[in-house]
Write a protein that binds this ligand. Structure first.
Ligand code: NAD
Length: 261
């Protein structure tokens, strides 16, 4: 099994859902974990991980917030070896109905938020940074960046941007000798607040007869024959955080039961 003892991980959007599962799995493998989330319920999530973990309030779209979140992690937990850029939002709409404000919100959290995470993560982990030991950054893209789904055009675009930013960040990190691997995963549909909300939206937008029918269509496309579970994503993140993935860099890994192939 994977041992992350002595490593420090920062997980954005770690208060609930996939991020909470990732935080729990990283802590379970021995890492000290900082949960960074706008939702202050993240403090309770961090406390539930046990001793040696922390919570910092962070809106990933706020650059000053990133500076203090990263500094708090290095000061309180003793470094930064793993960054999971997981915070994200999805606002469903048909492309014919999409609202500029909703587009901006998704661009802000999913693209700007991930970009700022890459910026401050790399600056902190590169040799001249406050943590200075290299490490691993894992961005959370989506199966929506690999196949088309109705109702999530803008979201899909933002998740494709996460995929492309991952590749360029890995390239720059290598060329400049930062010693930081940068990868992303494409989760399949998981019935978190976001995932269940999407199934409801696809039904209420008239694309499927019911949320169950929307879920059935996803399962039909999935060779593994089920939806994703939080632990499926969390285990992939632990692997990418660890030395077991030491020669995986600039990759996008589907964790979707084959749905996106
Ligand atoms: P969720 O809505 O359950 O949780 C998202 C978390 O992010 C929340 O704790 C929220 O407070 C936090 N967050 C939102 N905006 C933030 C901001 N500006 N700054 C800091 N934190 C913020 O969603 P989830 O299903 O756990 O999704 C997690 C990630 O996985 C997202 O990036 C999502 O796009 C991606 N994803 C989810 C699915 C799925 O089916 N659930 C599939 C593919 C990809």
């Amino acid at each position: 099994s994977i041992d992350l003892t002595g490593r420090v991980a920062l997980v954005t959007g770690g208060a609930q859902g996939l991020g909470e599962g990732m935080a729990r799995a990283l802590a379970g493998a021995g890492a000290r974990v900082m949960i960074a989330d706008v939702n202050e319920a993240g403090a309770d999530t961090a406390a539930s991980l046990g001793e040696g973990h922390g919570y910092v309030r962070l809106d990933v779209t706020d650059e000053a917030g990133w500076e203090s979140a990263v500094a708090a992690t290095v000061d309180q937990l003793g470094g930064l070896d793993v960054l999971v850029n997981n915070a994200g939002i999805e606002i469903s709409s048909l492309i014919t109905e999409v609202e500029p404000d909703d587009i901006r919100k998704m661009l802000d959290v999913n693209i700007l938020g991930t970009a700022l995470g890459l910026k401050h993560g790399l600056r902190t982990m590169r040799p001249d940074g406050a943590a200075g030991k290299g490490g691993s950054i894992i961005n959370i893209s989506s199966v929506a960046a690999t196949i088309a789904f109705p109702a999530i055009s803008i979201y899909s675009g933002t998740k494709s941007a996460v995929d492309r930013m991952t590749r360029v960040a890995a390239m720059e990190s290598g060329k400049l000798g930062y010693g930081v691997r940068v990868n992303c995963i494409y989760p399949g549909l998981v019935p978190t607040a976001m995932g269940a909300g999407l199934a409801n939206d696809m039904a209420s937008l008239g694309l499927y007869g019911s949320p169950e029918e929307a879920v059935g269509a996803v399962i039909e496309l999935t060779p593994s024959g089920r939806l994703g579970e939080v632990e499926d994503m969390a285990d992939a993140v632990v692997f990418l955080a660890s030395d077991a993935s030491r020669f995986i860099n600039g990759a996008g890994i589907p964790v979707d039961g084959g749905m996106g192939m």
